[in-house]
Ligand binder design. Structure first.
Ligand code: CO
Length: 190
């Protein structure tokens, strides 16, 4: 089932997510719905707060995004992250233009460290420690921010943030064109 994606301005995107356990109601269905929702919106990552749930869960799938063949870290990178903890971020910060399904129409450069060690439970509640680099690390860092209530626009320079203020206000009012299902703060959902 495709779920509506929560747009910028909804307070759920600002909550720190709660940890969950294997008994979380209908977890399997939720994960499968999140994958369907993400595929439908052509995203590479989706965090539970983006479908209205302030819990520590996100998914990523970058398969098929290694278009030029020079980003092998993206191949087969399809994961479910439950209760993740970032153990270490290292390396020299690098910039990359990020976007977010909850903030349609805005893309801005964000600086992040390239190397990441993260511990998490997968969909079978097996504890995993994984080392990620480059874009794979970046996708995970972006999604991890979501479960901490942080958005990529919090990390852009203040001048750029000022420049996109109008666009952000338009999103809150639903005055933005999107080709996937969204729920806007000031609009009753259909
Ligand atoms: Co996002």
């Amino acid at each position: 089932m495709i779920l509506p994606i929560i747009a910028y301005g909804n307070p759920v995107l600002r909550k720190e997510g709660e940890e969950i356990d294997a008994n979380y109601p209908d977890l399997k269905k939720l994960i499968s719905d999140m994958f369907e929702t993400m595929e439908n919106s052509k995203g590479v990552g989706l965090a539970a707060p983006q479908v209205g749930l302030p819990i520590r869960l996100f998914i990523v799938d970058t398969s098929g995004f290694n278009e030029d063949g020079d980003q092998p870290e993206l191949d087969d990178f399809k994961r479910v992250f439950i209760n993740p903890i970032i153990i270490e971020e290292s390396g020299k910060e690098w910039k990359f233009e990020e976007g977010c399904l909850s903030i349609p129409g805005i893309r801005e450069e964000v600086s992040r460290k390239p190397n990441l060690i993260i511990e998490y439970y997968n969909e079978n509640f097996e504890l995993i420690e994984e080392k990620l680099d480059g874009l794979a690390a970046r996708v995970v860092q972006h999604e991890y921010d979501h479960i901490e209530g942080v958005l990529f626009i919090d990390k852009i320079n203040p001048l750029k943030k000022q420049l996109i203020k109008g666009k952000l206000n338009a999103i809150i009012k639903g005055e933005v064109k999107v080709n996937y299902r969204m729920k806007f703060p000031l609009i009753k959902s259909k």
